[in-house]
Ligand binder design. Structure first.
Ligand SMILES: [Zn+2]
Length: 199
């Protein structure tokens, strides 16, 4: 066994992150709000600095091992939030099979898997995205909601779910996922996100 290294800067560490990087990653947000279909929203930090760099590299540059430090801080924020921990399972925003092949992985699923390991909550894999949609980033807020309409399917979802994703911009994606889940019998959806550009 060699010395373990900080996944960000390479300093020798016990966990996946050194203290300097851990404190440089924005994780004091703990933002909680409600939406139409998502009952609770917990966001780890502001989409800036090292957190933004990590999320971008995690999503677009194959740095899949960033799932560990991100999941670690997300769970920390979730537990700090004081919300009732009665989720039966954890889930993620699905991608179409084609999009996932293109990227090679689904970053939302990787985060959910890491958070499942940390919390012991089982994964719910019943969400699918059947309809290809335009990249949300190219659209206005109103277009984002319409773009996703009816894009997701949920098979026999649990009553209480923790929904994991990387970034919250307008919230249209998690709203559409939660709407789909609730149409199939889910009663509570708590969304847990790594970052948001809104302060
Ligand atoms: Zn470091």
């Amino acid at each position: 066994m060699g010395t373990k290294r900080c996944v960000v800067c390479g300093a020798p560490v016990r966990d996946s992150l050194c203290e300097a990087c851990r404190s440089a990653i924005s994780h004091d947000h703990g933002f909680i709000s409600t939406m139409d279909f998502v009952d609770e929203v917990v966001i780890m930090g502001t989409y800036t600095g090292l957190l933004k760099e990590m999320v971008l590299a995690f999503k677009f540059k194959d740095k899949t091992y960033y799932k560990e430090p991100l999941a670690d801080l997300m769970v920390f924020t979730l537990f700090q939030s004081g919300l009732k921990r009665d989720w039966q399972a954890i889930t993620y925003v699905p991608m179409t099979a084609r999009d996932e092949r293109q990227r090679g992985y689904n970053q939302s699923r990787l985060l959910a898997e890491a958070i499942s390991e940390l919390t012991g909550l089982p994964l719910y894999h019943g969400l699918t995205k059947a309809v290809p949609t335009k990249a949300q980033v190219d659209l206005s807020a109103a277009e984002r909601q319409g773009n996703l309409h009816g894009a997701f399917r949920a098979a026999l979802p649990p009553k209480k779910l923790l929904l994991v994703d990387d970034v919250l911009t307008t919230g249209a994606t998690i709203e559409e996922v939660a709407k789909t889940l609730k149409a199939q019998g889910t009663k509570k959806v708590t969304a847990l996100l790594a970052a948001t550009p809104h302060v």
